[in-house]
Design a protein around this ligand. Structure first.
Ligand code: TXA
Ligand code: MG
Length: 333
């Protein structure tokens, strides 16, 4: 990728096109957040329900302020500390943000992504008079989020190959964080984490004081649909087992894959054919998890068994994604 690519991406977005772009968390599928038709096309490409709000990506905090109707001190504090980075802040929306972005609601999630390619694109987009780029993860709805440009092509087709494909896929290498941003609402009386992610709840508590976590996974009309069941899931059936209980699993079969925890904090997952030993470190684990799930999710594999990491604060986002990937199995083909 070159800065010319980022500029071209910004132009396509300003003209109402759809661009897949890298962020530090996962790849996003972007459209101009002030263009209802463009945003609708993103929903069509993903097959996403129109009631599920999308995050607006902006070049910096001053642009974010133009997307929201209020900017409390807590937002300023979080922005200074975590942006650019894997934190989405939900606030009352500004008029310029169209209903297609917010799922018809009165709030909007905003975030400055920590990726140089995304920032170059967003800065150019702002220079061209744009405000923000609305972007869900660039996967088909309810599937595993993409952490490379190739994953995007695998899910949505190459750019321009059909009306169902993005107009451009901006290359940015493998995503550093590897799972989606933390979503925190400041539109509630007490700041509320709606989705755990790259910034941990304990960290947010240190910065903000009282922070609630919406427990459980919602089913039905979505308050924050990334919290719904059967999200972030591969095709194979995903089953989890308690740490250290591998001996209780059914005996290994060819149609079974296994993701275990290494006894060590390895820098890379150790991959056997249907078996992957993941680093015992939440940051390294997150970085690799979606890539490994995609890799193991081949037609011959019917079950992916995942060893659950410890129920400790630094592992909450990973445990959340394993739980979602393994929920609601009955609806699987
Ligand atoms: O890391 C990320 O957040 C990635 C990259 C591309 O930025 N994006 C992402 O988008 O994961 P998406 O659409 O797959 O997930 C966005 C999550 C959903 O759970 C959605 O319900 C929630 O954020 N969300 C967005 N706007 C919201 C709002 N106004 N109120 C409540 N939840 C919101
Ligand atoms: Mg998503």
């Amino acid at each position: 990728m070159s800065s010319a690519d980022a500029q071209r991406a910004a132009q396509i977005l300003r003209r109402g096109g759809v661009v897949a772009f890298p962020t530090e968390t996962v790849y996003g599928l972007g459209a101009d957040a002030s263009n209802p038709l463009a945003v609708r096309r993103v929903f069509d490409i993903k097959g996403r329900p129109a009631t599920n709000p999308v995050i607006v990506h902006v070049a910096d905090a001053s642009v974010a302020r133009g997307c929201v109707g209020a900017w409390p001190q807590a937002a300023q504090t979080l922005a200074e500390r975590y942006w650019p980075g894997p934190l989405t802040i939900v606030l009352p929306k500004a008029d310029a943000i169209v209903a297609e972005v917010t799922g018809g609601g009165e709030t909007v999630g905003v975030r400055v992504p920590g990726h140089p390619v995304a920032l170059a694109m967003l800065q150019e987009f702002a220079r061209l008079g744009g405000l923000g780029v609305a972007a869900p993860s660039a996967n088909r709805s309810s599937r595993v989020s993409p952490t490379t440009a190739q994953h995007v092509r695998d899910d949505l087709g190459d750019s321009g190959s059909s009306a169902e494909s993005p107009d451009m896929i901006l290359e940015g290498g493998p995503c550093r964080v590897g799972i989606e941003s933390t979503v925190i609402s400041l539109a509630t009386p007490v700041p509320t984490v709606l989705r755990p992610g790259g910034v941990s709840v304990e960290e947010l508590r240190k910065v903000l004081g009282d922070v609630q976590v919406r427990g459980g996974i919602d089913v039905g009309p979505a308050f924050s649909p990334g919290r719904q069941e059967r999200h972030y899931a591969p095709r194979a059936k995903v089953l989890s087992f308690a740490m250290g209980e591998e001996d209780k699993l059914p005996s290994a079969r060819a149609d079974m894959a296994l993701i275990t925890l290494s006894p060590r904090e390895l820098s890379e997952p150790a991959e056997g054919s249907n078996r992957v030993e993941m680093p015992r470190d939440p940051v390294r684990y997150s970085h690799a998890f979606y890539r490994i799930l995609r890799k193991l999710d081949v037609p011959d594999v019917r079950e992916i068994w995942v060893e659950l990491p410890p129920d400790d604060p630094p592992w909450q986002a990973v445990r959340d994604r394993i739980r979602r990937a393994s929920s609601n199995q009955d609806s699987l083909p």
